[in-house]
Design a protein around this ligand. Structure first.
Ligand code: MG
Ligand code: MG
Length: 261
């Protein structure tokens, strides 16, 4: 069932989303060669708890192997769901940081891929195109359209640049649960899928590979990797449909301020 949110609920969700945005901003300031993802995870958790939130990913998933950290930290060929560790980041790495927060009983879920120090121009292009594909998808979240219009737009944009679009993982509805209906694939056909309606809130999150779209799973039960070992990028926003138009509840403002871009 797709839940429709009231304006009051959307305002509460905006708070949850912005709490994630600010956390990403805090993390952005600290990303540099020599810093470990475990350290970044610790400061993120501290910031979230100090500001009245609860890390949403910690303990998420299967009882036997719950996700152990506040941030998903996916390095280079890792697509998503990487587990923070004590290995220092190196110049030229890219790191996708995905963060979830529960606040006021609602979830925020939002991600950004960072370069560590100087990165190769072709890797920077992957980051730029993936971020652009997110906005190209968001533009399609309007009355009269369907989920497939978002999916199609993202796929076309990424593939036009020769990139692989991950199919096994997708965006989703968001609310009192981290993953609600509908699924929001990053590939698809125009006019397919559920109709978009006012009050829907979606986490839209293209996962784009520099090479082929295929993925594999690491034996830690979480980390998703590109099959060909080439880098992958991931950007995610929480978006509400209000008066027929998309309104982005999360914001990259804090990250961009931290990075000076
Ligand atoms: Mg996420
Ligand atoms: Mg998500």
């Amino acid at each position: 069932m797709i839940t429709i949110k009231t304006r009051e609920e959307i305002e509460l969700m905006r708070e949850a989303a912005l709490s994630v945005s600010k956390t990403l901003g805090i993390v952005a300031k600290e990303i540099k060669p020599g810093v470990s993802t475990l350290y970044l995870d610790k400061i993120a958790e501290q910031y979230i708890r100090d500001n009245g939130g609860i890390p949403a990913f910690k303990g998420y998933g299967h009882k036997k192997n719950p996700f152990p950290a506040t941030l998903c930290m996916s390095l280079n060929a890792a697509v998503v769901h990487g587990i923070p560790n004590d290995k220092p980041l190196e110049e030229g790495d890219i790191i996708s940081v995905d963060c979830g927060v529960v606040k006021n009983g609602y979830f925020g879920d939002h991600a950004y891929t960072f370069g560590v120090g100087q990165i190769a121009p072709e890797v920077q292009k992957l980051l730029d195109v993936t971020k652009e594909s997110l906005y190209v998808g968001i533009e399609q979240m309007k009355s009269g359209n369907r989920i497939g219009d978002i999916s199609y737009a993202i796929q076309q944009y990424a593939e036009k640049h020769g990139y692989g679009v991950v199919r096994e993982l997708c965006g989703h509805g968001l609310g009192k649960n981290l993953h609600e209906e509908p699924e929001v694939p990053n590939y698809g056909k125009r006019g397919d899928g559920p109709k978009l309606r006012d009050g829907m809130v979606l986490a839209i999150e293209p996962m784009i590979n520099m090479g082929k779209r295929n993925i594999k799973f690491l034996n830690d039960g979480w980390t998703v990797l590109t099959s060909d070992g080439l880098p992958s990028a991931h950007f995610e926003h929480d978006v509400a449909l209000i008066d027929g138009k998309p309104e982005i509840l999360s914001s990259f403002k804090y990250v961009e301020e931290a990075l000076g871009i």
